[in-house]
Ligand binder design. Sequence first.
Ligand code: NCD
Length: 359
Amino acid sequence: MTSKYQHLIDLNDYPVSWWNKLLCLGQDICRNPGRYHGACTDKILATLFYEPSTRTQMSFQTAMLRLGGTIIGFDNPATSSVSKGENLKDTTKIVSGYADVLVIRHPQEGTAKAAALSADCPVINAGDGGHLHPTQTLTDMLTLTEEKGRLDNLVIGLCGDLMNGRTVHSLCKALSSYKNNRFVLISSKELKLPSYVKDILSANGCSYKEVFSLEEAIPELDVLYMTRIQRERFASTEDYEAQKNIYVLDKAKMKLAKSDLIVLHPLPRVDEIAVEVDDDPRALYFKQAKYGVFIRMALILTMIENKTPFQLLSGTTHKNICCSNPKCITNTEKYLPKSFITSGDIIECEYCDERMLLR
Ligand code: NCD
């Protein structure tokens, strides 16, 4: 199924050359923001946020306002017709008819792709459940480019909720495409990186190791990407409580790290980075959030200008097979074509990447 608009659902839908071009534009906007004022006059950005957000939503809004455009949208579906039972298809169809670009965040996996199927403008994925968060990854990549000077030859430690952290999944997928990156996956055994992401690391020739101790891992890292335990993705409060304070980055642990380590965090922080770390020059998470505006300006410009058709679904539709991931959008928005990519006797849901055995 092809769309006549460009969408950003997953960074891996585009080649690395596309990411690099976007990052160059982001760098130029960062250096010369004034040059881009007015670049989107008469354009409208819509934000449909079915889940809480501070940085992603506001940085998209700031980006559009800095480009001279206008913003519409909701940040609480309870105040929109969603509360009257409107489905995703209808909300998307209507709002995309009002706007020039639509940014969507939703608790269910695969929602951005599902929305793009009925959208009359480009759709940008601002987080689909615990699946992906490509624009946070673009922010992280611009931060690394500016602050570390490179996206390759890095030892990258990711710490915390690697299972549910969508920022981690998108970042691993992206950074594994650059040469000689090595990943240190620091988590409890319950919150390990999903195997489909680990398979992508291996397929891209990246080495990785899974460890439990942050203290033991920190000395060799060039980048430490801390993450919040994603409370909203847990089945029970007890399960969350058992995980919540396992990792806390503090001054004592920072003493074990390299002098040129950089500490990133997509934010919001809960307790996983002690406030005492904020004054360490290696703590770059607040600066990282500022880079988010520049890269989103670059992204809005790119999406609005590009009119190349976009392949949304390329697999086989199976009427009688449901995705086995209960958090997949296809299990609630029943009208969606259930499309899977077949590889041997495995089929993979084209919305959420869930793998199932074909019987
Ligand atoms: C992240 C998210 O929403 O996935 N936040 C963000 O967009 N910067 C991380 C999180 O919520 O933990």
